[in-house]
Ligand binder design. Structure first.
Ligand code: HEM
Length: 249
């Protein structure tokens, strides 16, 4: 004789037990939520954007002449003197910038590893969504920018790779660096600055989403703000090497 089918119905206490156990099983111990990492990326990115904006505006002093640009370079080192010793404020700003760069890279690496773990099998076909080029190149763009910054510091901060390479002679260092005969250096800077522009455009756009400033109605205007900001920043940086190479300053 076939045995009767028994439907197992959990008793109330079992249901409660399973419900209360669920979050403990799902959550990994001491794992930062991804939204926190994205917030760290957004805030550190914002600090770097402020630096870039200030740096770009400072560079434009080249159009006011050698004295103005070199005086600006010297002024940066005497900020808040005598309360703070010579170069003290500059070093504090540098430390803040390094902290922002490290926080940005750290959160980017963790988020990338999580994305890979969530989808260990790569997509066989990538949809070519218009406008997603910058999104797809963010990681490699970041690596290229980091390499550029190392070169740039050896070139224009320490002067090691600069044909003039004199401390505090910012104008003369730029003139020597982007002289017409060294057009390849100008091309390299142009490519690097364009990479920075793409990175900033997409980074700013993502940051605005993370910080919750985007909604369906605002999407278009926030995209325009990100593109506009990146375009102004890129153009502001580009005019300096181009002006020197083409003999406009
Ligand atoms: C074509 C564009 C650029 C020009 C002409 C330029 C020029 C310079 C110059 C002359 C200095 C030395 C300033 C001084 O010692 O007083 C400098 C420093 C620096 N630049 Fe640029 N720069 C450009 C683009 C960039 C970009 C795109 C970045 C970042 C992605 C960057 C990051 C830095 C950093 C981190 C320093 C060191 C600041 C310090 O600690 O004193 N620069 N740049």
């Amino acid at each position: 004789m076939p045995s009767p089918v028994v439907h197992w119905i959990p008793v109330r206490s079992q249901v409660q037990e399973r419900r209360s156990a669920a979050p403990v099983v799902a959550a990994e111990p001491r794992r930062l939520p991804s939204v926190v990492l994205k917030f760290v990326m957004a805030v550190s990115g914002a600090a770097m954007l402020l630096f870039l904006l200030g740096h770009m505006l400072g560079n434009l002093k080249i159009f006011l002449g050698a004295e103005a640009l070199n005086a600006y370079g010297a002024w940066l080192r005497t900020l808040l003197e005598p309360a703070v010793p010579y170069e003290g404020t500059l070093w504090l700003l540098r430390l803040g910038l390094v902290a922002a760069v490290l926080a940005h890279i750290w959160s980017a690496v963790l988020l990338t590893l999580r994305a890979r773990r969530a989808r260990p099998v790569r997509y066989a076909v990538r949809n070519k969504v218009p406008g997603s080029y910058a999104a797809r190149t963010m990681r490699w763009g970041g690596v290229i920018i980091a390499l550029f910054v190392v070169y740039h510091l050896l070139d224009l901060t320490t002067g090691t790779l600069n044909p003039h390479g004199q401390h505090l002679q910012v104008y003369q260092n730029l003139e020597a660096d982007f002289a017409p005969g060294r057009w390849y250096v100008t091309v390299f800077y142009v490519l690097a600055v364009v990479a920075v522009g793409f990175h900033v455009r997409h980074g700013l756009w993502s940051a605005l989403q993370t910080l919750g400033w985007s909604n369906a109605a605002r999407q278009r205007s926030l995209k325009r703000v990100s593109t506009g900001f990146a375009a102004v920043l890129t153009a502001g940086f580009l005019v300096v090497p181009l002006a020197v190479t083409f003999g406009l300053v």
